[in-house]
Every structure is written in C-alpha cells, then in structure tokens.
Design a protein around this ligand. Sequence first.
Ligand SMILES: [Zn+2]
Ligand SMILES: [Zn+2]
Length: 53
Amino acid sequence: MRCGQTEGEVRLEKCSVCHRRFCFRCAVRRAGKAFCSLACADLFFFGEEEESE
Ligand SMILES: [Zn+2]
Ligand SMILES: [Zn+2]
C-alpha cells in the first residue's frame, strides 16, 4: 500500500484499471469512480496503454 495503511484501518478499494488495492483516503476520483492513481484514472478514460511505472 502506497501510504502504508493496512486493511482494517482504512476502507480499501480495488482499482478497475490495474486491480491493485488502494485505500479510500488516497483514491483519485474521476466521474464518480475511484482509482489508485492519476495514471490509472487517465488510462481508464483515455485508454492509452503506456507504461507509467
Ligand atoms: Zn490502478
Ligand atoms: Zn492510502
């Protein structure tokens, strides 16, 4: 987990792009959906397949 929080401390969501879990607190929200990062949010909406990490 990017911010170091563990399950139980925060609510976890699953990214619909990369399927990694991320905590609700760190989520990037776009159009009512939550993503683990800005890169995934962009991928979801623009569909580019660039590797970002
Ligand atoms: Zn993601
Ligand atoms: Zn977090």
